[in-house]
Design a protein around this ligand. Structure first.
Ligand SMILES: [Zn+2]
Length: 170
């Protein structure tokens, strides 16, 4: 993706208040991130570990969603879990259940969408082999094909967050 600024990130959030967007702790060293290797920007709040964020390009604009780490019972039972975005398999706490408030009135009423995602939200780097999970994922797809698949899965997740609400570009 194209490098984006602090201001663009804060202006992209669609499912939280302006105050929450202002208070979000952004990733450190924004200008030094490997933007060429990122299909979306995902990070955990350095000041609030139960919060995460995803900012992605969508319909020619940027869409940012806030996520919350859910208490996950499956994590303690399952030996491995697969990220629903990039399909990387991780053991233990490598995949976490995140919930995102839906856009608009539904979200304000507490309606959320949950999905399992790499706990560090670094799917783009796992897909490209720049980061390795502790389990091997056997894939016959090329990196390009895995990128397309991950982008499609993220887009489907964002569709659920919007849930029919027009993606309002700000
Ligand atoms: Zn992932």
């Amino acid at each position: 993706m194209q490098p984006i600024s602090d201001k663009e990130i804060r202006g992209s959030f669609v499912n939280c208040s302006k105050g929450d967007a202002r208070r979000a702790n952004l990733p450190r060293g924004l200008s030094d991130l490997p933007w060429d290797d990122l299909d979306f920007l995902g990070w955990c709040d350095p000041g609030a570990p139960e919060r995460g964020y995803i900012v992605a390009e969508r319909d020619g604009g940027l869409v940012g969603v806030t996520l919350r780490l859910a208490q996950d019972v499956r994590r303690s039972i399952a030996k491995s879990t697969i990220c629903s975005i990039c399909l990387t398999a991780h053991s233990g706490t490598g995949v976490a259940l995140f919930t995102a408030p839906r856009v608009g009135a539904a979200g304000r009423q507490g309606n959320t969408v949950g999905t399992y995602i790499c706990a560090d939200l670094a799917c783009s780097l796992y897909v490209r082999g720049k980061k390795r999970a502790d389990l091997d994922t056997y894939e016959t797809l090329t990196v390009e094909e895995r990128v397309v698949r991950a982008v499609g899965n993220l887009s489907a997740f964002l569709d659920k967050v919007f849930d029919g609400t027009p993606s309002i570009a700000t």
